[in-house]
Design a protein around this ligand. Structure first.
Ligand SMILES: Cc1ncc(COP(=O)(O)O)c(C=O)c1O
Length: 471
């Protein structure tokens, strides 16, 4: 966030309802609702990158491999368009009517083959994909057991599901999954006698924590409780697509668990240079989705331009050309972790809870791979102070707070890319350390009213916007 972002943000936090006494009650009520958020400085506003006066160093976008900016996918995409000069811009119908095409089915087959799945179903967004899966596939009498940090769109799907037994297990914790499955077994006779199933919902890489799901252990745990096989896994691979596994095929492929996982969702809008998602499954699940998923039945099918960009991206993955970018992400994250934790301020800052890297604190845990997402934990509210400091120093990072993450786990999320240089990472670490130094000085001064310079700057902007009214 640049200064212009901060000004826009400060403006967006000004209460509006009190200035709308003569406006329609309909709009005033909406503004009153928004004022609740504004009072907590939590009102979201939209800002375009073009509004920034100075380019920021990208530590926040999901263009992990640089595929959107490098031009490689663009070239393949334009070649794909040239091969089909009569293409239409819209699919002009749902999959069930005019929207289906041989091209769409060919791309689905290519994707299924790349990921080692029987079938694929491309959907317009990953969120709609999760909504489709979880509203339709768990049948009445089935149970859904899910990681407590599962994505919001899975919850959206579950709300419409006929499977009424739903239970969360502790994040990435096989023991907790065991307990949840035993609870299902004890309370659900049809599942116990094998006439109904349990679906376990996990993500390969968790978007706010950046840690990897212990998939193999979770599957073994599930088999221990249900040896007859009436438990199935559904995995959201949004943050591993392109980044983990052979040529970016994802976690399931990296672990060779294609036959153990019933449904995978790969999204294209993160590390890949496209939009939409593919649901990988068998023909039975695919036919169920086409027949029952309202988000698929009552929506136009993916358009040709969207499919052409997906095909171009996958051509690049298949060629192996993205593997070096994938390796570079591992290197740059390792470099950050080493540089940060060997900085002279690190021990004091982490002992006092100012800075923490919880995903990497447990030295016993050797992750399969590092991931591009780092949660830099700090204290409540301090995530704003730290993010403001880093933004003023020219780094694009965002504070993440409740309700996106549980209370008490506030953090700044840093996303690394193949195109981030060592020099950028060193400068980022220096800026984080500078903030920690400032905070330690404030704390040792004993002055409880003092806030760090970047936060003072933001508060001054808010005060100035309040003084100027709501123009
Ligand atoms: C884990 C996860 N699943 C699904 C989605 C949704 O994907 P899409 O942006 O294609 O709707 C996201 C994106 O925010 C995500 O982080």
């Amino acid at each position: 966030m640049s200064a212009s972002f901060l000004v826009e943000w400060a403006k967006a936090q000004q209460p509006k309802a009190p200035t709308m006494k003569d406006a329609s009650v309909f709009y005033r009520n909406l503004e009153e609702e928004l004022d609740v958020r504004r009072a907590q400085h939590g009102c979201i506003m939209l800002h375009t990158k073009e509004q920034q006066e100075n380019p920021m160093v990208d530590f926040s976008s999901t263009d992990i491999l640089g595929l959107s900016t490098s031009g490689a996918v663009r070239k393949g995409y334009l070649a794909e368009l040239a091969k089909h000069p009569d293409f239409t811009l819209s699919s002009h119908g749902s999959r069930l009517t005019d929207g289906n095409s041989r091209y769409l089915e060919d791309v689905e087959r290519e994707l299924a083959a790349f990921h080692g799945a029987e079938a694929g179903l491309i959907v317009n967004t990953g969120s709609l994909g999760n909504a489709a899966i979880f509203s339709v596939i768990p049948r009445p009498g089935d149970a859904i057991v899910y990681d407590e940090l599962i994505h919001a769109s899975v919850h959206d799907g579950m709300k419409d599901s006929l499977a009424l037994y739903r239970k969360a297990f502790r994040h990435n914790d096989p023991e907790s999954l065991y307990d949840a499955l035993v609870a299902v077994q004890e309370s659900q006779p049809q599942i116990r006698n094998g006439t109904r199933s349990v679906l376990v919902a996990v993500e390969s890489v968790y978007s706010m924590d950046g840690d990897i799901c212990p998939l193999q252990e979770l599957i073994e745990t599930a088999k221990e409780v249900f040896p007859d096989g009436n438990v199935q896994f559904v995995i959201d691979e949004a943050h591993s697509t392109g980044v983990i596994g052979p040529n970016g095929a994802g976690l399931v492929s990296a672990l060779g668990l294609e036959r153990e996982v019933a449904i995978r969702l790969h999204t294209f809008g993160k590390a890949l240079a496209a939009t939409g998602a593919v649901i990988l499954c068998n023909e039975t699940v695919r036919t169920m989705l086409i027949n029952y998923a309202r988000s698929i039945m009552f929506s136009v099918a993916p358009s040709f331009p969207m499919l052409a960009s997906i095909r171009a991206t996958y051509q690049l993955l298949r060629s192996g050309e993205t593997q070096s970018a994938q390796n570079r992400v591992q290197e740059i994250v390792k470099f950050f972790l080493e540089t940060m934790t060997s900085h002279p301020i690190w021990d004091k800052a982490s002992d006092t809870g100012l800075l923490r890297l919880p995903t990497y604190e447990d030295a016993e845990v050797q992750p399969l791979a590092l991931t591009q997402i780092i949660q830099l934990r700090t204290r409540t509210k301090h995530n704003f102070y730290l993010a403001f400091h880093l933004q003023r120093a020219g780094f694009s990072v965002f504070p993440i707070s409740y309700p996106v993450v549980p209370k008490g786990t506030e953090r700044v999320r840093i996303i690394f890319h193949a195109h981030n240089t060592d020099a950028e990472v060193m400068a980022l670490v220096a800026a984080i350390a500078e903030w920690a130094q400032e905070m330690l000085e404030i704390e040792s001064s004993g002055d409880k009213t003092r806030v760090p310079a970047a936060a003072r700057h933001v508060y001054a902007l808010i005060a100035q916007t309040h003084a100027n009214g709501s123009e």
